[in-house]
Design a protein around this ligand. Structure first.
Ligand code: GTP
Length: 355
């Protein structure tokens, strides 16, 4: 089976990490995020993937070449971003499948443990035009929701609303009949969610929902990105691309972790990174060459390449861009982000509970 992988977005919510590296290539549990997706696609029977690129297009081919994880790869770039639907239509010119064949469409920022083979089987069994993976979430108000009838046929796409009629949301993995892709306008900006799917439904074409609510995560926000990496390291979602056994931490080659440091909660310590004694690092990503000094605490955070956390500093839910530096004693919490190369000096005033 062939697939199209959407990887052209700018990943604005993950800045500053995505300034130098597109979101799908960010190191996640020791490898590029896409490595996990390619391994999973291979396991689901995908033999060839066309990457739909735009932002920093050249980096994808440099990372994966012509074949990776047993999957043949091809790359089609948009001169200007065409949105999800336009990107699918544009990439389809590199497909080799016949008009009735199923084509899998994957979003480059979704980590999903669902059964892709079962989704494809539902699609072909129903002879559908498109079959969407739908998952259920506790709070669907942050998403567009998708209603289905008793036979699993999609009846409506509803924009975000405070009173969603269902907890089913679009999980971002689609099976298209090849000829249904050809129906999308060529060379135009098109959104599959806002235009293509509602259009297919209103014109009476068969759009099916494959409902499965296993592990599912959209890693588009810093919080979710850190969580995805953590879950992979701990084995909460299995990945053949993980460079090590699941556990409390993943320490890559050339990293140095003091035996007096506490490092757990699914933390990744990148190549050449260092954690000194007395430091505590929980559920975080240290990219290659990052440094955490003695007595510092880092929780649910990303420390970019070569970035430094000074002695006794505290980071909780923070992002340090490449080469940024937090001087001793500072506290960065609640989603704070430091841009690449920025240095915070040591604090002149140190908090003391006795003062
Ligand atoms: P934010 O800017 O943080 O919203 O992230 P994003 O740019 O990745 O957007 P979003 O999360 O909505 O995109 C979902 C998926 O579609 C991601 O895998 C994107 O890489 C991809 N994508 C979004 N827009 C385009 C586009 O215009 N062209 C291509 N080729 N892919 C796109």
């Amino acid at each position: 089976m062939e697939a199209i992988l959407l990887v052209g977005g700018q990943g604005t919510r993950l800045r500053p990490l995505t300034i130098s590296t597109p979101k799908p290539l960010l190191p996640t549990a020791g490898v590029a995020f896409l490595a996990h997706q390619l391994a999973r696609a291979h396991a689901a029977g995908v033999t060839r993937i066309v990457f739909a690129t735009s932002y920093r297009a050249e980096m994808f081919e440099a990372a994966f070449g012509e074949k990776a994880f047993g999957v043949e790869l091809d790359y089609v770039s948009e001169a200007r971003p065409l949105g999800t639907g336009g990107a699918i239509r544009n990439a389809a010119r590199a497909l080799r499948s016949e008009p009735d064949d199923p084509i899998l469409i994957l979003n480059g920022d979704i980590l999903s443990g669902h059964d892709v083979r079962a989704q494809v089987a539902l699609h072909t069994g129903a002879d559908a035009d498109v079959t969407l993976h739908l998952t259920t979430v506790e709070d669907p108000s942050r998403y567009g929701v998708v209603t289905t009838d008793g036979d699993g046929r999609v009846t409506a796409f509803l924009e975000k609303t405070n009173r969603p009629p269902t907890k089913q949301i679009n999980a971002g993995c689609y099976v298209f009949r090849r000829s249904a892709i050809d129906g999308i306008a060529d060379g135009e900006v098109v959104s599959v969610e806002r235009e293509t799917f509602p259009g297919l439904i209103s014109s009476g074409r068969l759009v099916m929902g494959y409902v499965e609510s296993g592990y599912w995560l959209d890693v588009g926000t810093p919080q979710a990105f850190v969580r995805g990496s953590r879950d992979l390291v701990r084995g909460e979602i299995a990945s053949a691309a993980m460079p090590g056994e699941p556990g409390e931490r993943l320490v890559l080659d050339g990293a140095v972790v003091s035996p007096r440091a506490v490092v757990r909660g699914g933390t990744t310590v990148g190549r050449g990174a260092e954690i000194e004694g007395g430091a505590t690092v929980i559920g975080s990503i240290l990219q290659d060459g990052a440094f955490v000094a003695e007595g510092a605490t880092v929780r649910d955070s990303v420390i970019g390449r070569g970035a430094r956390v000074g002695a006794g500093a505290l980071l909780d839910g923070a992002i340090l861009g490449d080469g940024a530096s937090v001087g001793p004693g500072n506290e960065l919490c609640g989603g704070l982000r430091l841009w690449p190369g920025i240095s915070l000096p040591p604090t002149a005033v140190r908090f003391s509970p006795d003062a």
